[in-house]
Design a protein around this ligand. Structure first.
Ligand code: CP
Length: 382
């Protein structure tokens, strides 16, 4: 080991190349970083020396580390409907430190050391599953991946039995993706662990909407004057639902655009303007968020012809001209290139924020894991 963090990252112990002596870097709030050698090659001794020095600095600078109460006090994250504007802003702000951290050379801070997190994915995933895994590992937690392919659900065990079995192993957080709507909430009511909804059917995908909000915030700073179009398969999209809730709470105006048969029956209950034509719906928009056509959920219904769908609703450079001059394009992924989005436009980094969304996914998920564990320590753990 060549580096170790103590005191939530305020102390970093590290070794320089060509030296066996431990160095310490101490960063206190509103103070410049202090670097010095600990004068020892033994990690345990270096820790004692750094902690003693750290305590003397705190005393000298009169620093009060009493943690302020968090704005988001819950121990589960299952629905965006549960979040108010202040809580959303709090999570976005807590993510900011991880954007910079994730670009640094050493991407490890052991603030969740000793904590156990389960990734329970009963539907396919690339971005969400891996970004939660990366997030947990960068914070020093132990993460265990379980997928339906290698679980006893294949032998007839019910999902709730699987959850209570895993709960008996005393995990801290269960991250759940499942095709059944509302299942995360149900699981949160029967287990002691915290539950994060990583997508439940067509219902909700809270961390996706939070990472989308963070991506937009990085570009525009404020939401109050923004007009955001969410386009395509609104009916089957948990991403659309969570984004409508989060982005409208933050103050953005939302246009939903899609074929009539893919607009939910209760769409008028949401704070959105409804369009069935791209030209009208994209007018004056700052952001155009395209949605994946949820082929796996369109069962027993007719799939549209790719060519005719793309002509009407697929986003390309021509349709993007209906939006504001420098409007940005987003897509939660995975993409159906040439179906809902033009391939060249998706890869055009001057217009597309798609890869930025993936990067923000790790920062948001690190913040969510940290906040939820802290809340467990504050409100339920001894
Ligand atoms: N956006 C999203 O949820 O992607 P995955 O299905 O790859 O996790």
């Amino acid at each position: 080991m060549n580096s170790k963090f103590l005191k939530s990252g305020h102390i970093k112990l590290y070794k320089r190349e060509n030296s066996n002596y431990w160095q310490m870097k101490i960063k206190l709030p509103r103070q410049k970083s202090l670097r010095s050698s600990t004068g020892t090659k033994i990690l345990k001794d270096a820790e004692k020396i750094a902690l003693k020095y750290y305590s003397s600095l705190i005393k000298k600078n009169n620093i009060n580390f009493k943690k302020s109460q968090p704005v988001f006090k819950k121990i589960h994250l299952v629905e965006t409907a549960d979040l108010n504007k202040k809580e959303i802003e709090y999570i976005l702000n807590e993510s900011k430190k991880y954007i910079k951290f994730n670009k640094s050379k050493i991407k490890k801070i052991n603030i969740l050391e000793g904590r156990t997190i389960f990734n329970l994915f009963f539907e396919d995933s690339t971005r969400t599953r891996t970004s939660f895994e990366v997030a947990a590992k960068r914070l020093g937690a132990d993460i265990i991946n379980v997928s339906v392919r290698d679980s006893s659900i294949n032998k007839g065990e019910t999902l709730l039995d699987t959850m209570t079995t895993i709960n008996s192993m005393n995990p801290d957080i269960l991250i759940v993706r499942h095709p059944e709507e509302g299942i995360s909430k149900k699981i949160s009511s029967i287990v002691e662990a915290s539950v994060i909804n990583a997508g439940d059917g067509s219902h909700e995908h809270p961390t996706q909407a939070l990472l989308d909000a963070l991506t937009i915030k990085n570009k525009f700073k404020k939401f109050s004057k923004l007009k955001i179009a969410i386009c395509g398969d609104i009916l089957h999209s948990r991403v659309a639902r969570s984004n409508i809730i989060i982005l409208s709470k933050l103050g953005a105006k939302i246009n939903v655009i899609g074929p009539k048969e893919w607009l939910p029956k209760n769409i008028k209950k949401f704070p959105v303007n409804i369009f069935t034509e791209m030209k009208k719906g994209l007018y004056n928009c700052d952001v155009v968020m395209m949605l994946r056509i949820q082929k796996e959920r369109i069962v027993g219904k007719i799939m549209p012809n790719q060519k005719s769908y793309f002509k009407k609703y697929g986003l390309d450079y021509n349709k993007l001209k209906y939006a504001k001059k420098n409007a940005f394009v987003m897509h939660p992924g995975p993409m159906n290139r040439g179906f809902e989005i033009d391939s060249k436009l998706a890869d055009d980094v001057t217009r597309s924020l798609i890869q930025e969304q993936v990067a923000m996914g790790v920062a948001i998920r690190m913040a969510c894991l940290e906040i939820i564990i802290n809340n467990r320590d504050r409100f339920i753990n001894d």
